[in-house]
Design a protein. Sequence first.
Length: 398
Amino acid sequence: MSHYRLAATPAQVSGLLEHCRHARYVWNLGLEQRLMWRPGRPTTPGYVAQSAQLTEARVVEPWLKAGSQTVQQQALRDLDQAWRNFYARTHGRPTWRRERVHEGFRIVGPAAQRVEKLNRKWGRVLVPKVGWVKFRLSRKLPDAKSYRVRQDRAGRWHIAFAVVPEAIQAPENGDVVGVDRGVTVSAALSTGELLSCPGLSGHEQRRVKHLQRKLVRAKRGSNRRGKVRAAIARFKARESDRRKNWVEQTTTDLARRFDVIGVEDLRIRNLTRSARGTHDAPGRNVRQKAGLSRRILAQGWGRLVQRLKHKAPGRAEKVDPAYTSQTCSACGHVASENRESQAVFRRVACRYEANADVNAAINIARIVAAGRAVNARRETAALVSEKREPQHAPPIVA
């Protein structure tokens, strides 16, 4: 995706919000139909049937007819793809779209190619039923066949063009680096570097807490509550922007410096799962677990690996994290006692002491390097066997 900031006028914002309402209504209506299925009942309507029903609904419903048919049909296509991803076990079950949370729509086909560059700083896109909307040209304009317009919780409008990101060329220096992701240190490299994802400053965090207390006291539905919610959303958007910027800079630097990048294969969804439990079997330390989950999500673990795969395809490898934090990178001894604390690794027998995260990153790099060496030997052996000429028996002399 290639993202840009939209600069819509108040009149255009009204039209964009109307598209969002149409897309959300069609998505939720189609989802309700899909969720009505029960064992023993007929199959619920798919995209083709729902698209035909949408055409009929646009005839009798003026509100839908006034909107863009492209936006509404694409919402059904997105819903159908979401169910396909769910059945393929690559994504979770599709959920309801809510106002002020899932504000967005997608444009595909010829309408998505009506994009122009105005000058060095600005471009514009022709949104159906809205008109030409300007956007900040912060990078090269891509050649895309679809785009998505969305509004974040801070009220900012964005446009994202669907393009395959260009990979960064490998330096071809043979260097391998291991990356250990943590909470105290966002990313520790096997080279000894400790990288931390920037978040809100102390003053900003105190301001957010004050606004959250103010939000609790505000009356639901009041203008005051809406202003406080918007203020909190602006702080959250600032934190998210800093995290994304750090991830982009870090992944670009790693892709340019190293040939192979090893990371732990962590199940982030399982690590951040709620500990509430059930009514019959309630969980323990729920509040502490929730705090830990928030700190994990604030480090950008998942986005870091995702962008590494985009920028260094075939060069970012996942490693089983088992025992990487308990293994001494100097002598190879494995014991839980080696990790003295969250930050200190000390092996009593060989007197090796290092940062615990750096020690784990070194182990990750060695596992990746060993796996690459084994694969290289296998490829060499296969190549030699293919080039070897078959042995022929000497001719028999009568």
